[in-house]
Ligand binder design. Structure first.
Ligand SMILES: Nc1c(NC[C@H](O)[C@H](O)[C@H](O)COP(=O)(O)O)[nH]c(=O)[nH]c1=O
Ligand code: MG
Length: 244
């Protein structure tokens, strides 16, 4: 059963293209996190982008350095579409390797993967935030454009301690900011967009989420995110009722 905003008597929905928040709190109360009787889910549910929101994306610095190129040189010789196809799960690693460069030159895919693995780190302060959210009982899901290499991230950083890898472009076959990707949330979680907060470092992905009815936060850094979540009524403090 889908949950609706009526589960949150304390919040009012607002739509704004300027303000990244699509939900604001009533002055009567500062807590929008309620458990529903029907599903026992604690709301709102949090949907996190991964690259450059939770995990540093090695693509922008490490990958050009690996190929001994500038980013411009790399973009000039890389195939323009294969990475997107790989992110959508339409092609596998073998085909990525074969077509990585437009002119068909060899790509050291194992070297590239090692370079990526070495470059994955938690963005400063974000793991602590995820820990606090998890401890306080919030349900967290990844909502990411990424290929099957998300498993390398999991292997190194163990994000599944905090979230489920529910919305990966390579599994769902859709990418942000396509509206179809966002509509998977209600289908798969049975929760209306108004009961979810979407967090992403790319403004266009946040705008698409707000357009689809989600609350949206444009990620800049962990400190600001913590403040913005608190403004939306998310409790990050250790609660006496929490077991750990
Ligand atoms: N083009 C290649 C990228 N690009 C970086 C991707 O845009 C990014 O990693 C991914 O799409 C995540 O986006 P979001 O955080 O979900 O918005 N990265 C590579 O590693 N290799 C490429 O060829
Ligand atoms: Mg991102």
């Amino acid at each position: 059963m889908a949950l609706s905003l009526s589960n949150f008597p304390s919040i009012t929905a607002i739509k704004s293209t300027q303000n990244p928040f699509s939900v604001k709190m009533s002055p009567l109360t500062n807590n929008i996190s309620v458990s529903t009787k029907s599903t026992n889910k604690k709301l709102p549910i949090l949907l996190f982008d991964v690259m450059d929101t939770i995990v540093r994306d090695p693509f922008y610095h490490d990958v050009p350095a690996f190929f001994r190129m500038s980013m411009k040189e790399l973009l000039d010789c890389k195939h323009p579409n294969v990475w997107i196809e790989f992110e959508k799960g339409h092609i596998d690693e073998v085909e990525l390797t074969r077509n990585f460069f437009k002119d068909g030159r060899h790509c050291d895919i194992e070297g590239l993967k090692n370079c990526m693995k070495e470059g994955y780190f938690y963005i400063e302060g974000v793991e602590e935030l995820l820990h606090d959210l998890k401890r306080n009982g919030y349900e967290l899901h990844a909502f990411t454009n990424y290929p099957v290499w998300y498993q390398m991230i999991e292997e190194k950083l163990k994000l599944s301690k905090y979230l489920s890898w529910t919305f990966c472009s390579c599994v769902i076959g859709k990418r942000k900011p396509e509206a179809d990707f966002y509509s998977e949330v209600e289908k798969r979680l049975g929760v209306e967009p108004a009961n979810c907060i979407f967090i992403d470092d790319r403004l266009k992905n946040v705008d698409a989420a707000i357009e689809a009815g989600f609350s949206g936060i444009h990620f800049k850094n962990a400190e600001t995110l913590g403040k913005e979540l608190s403004l939306l009524g998310i409790n990050l403090l250790k609660d006496v009722q929490c077991a750990n």
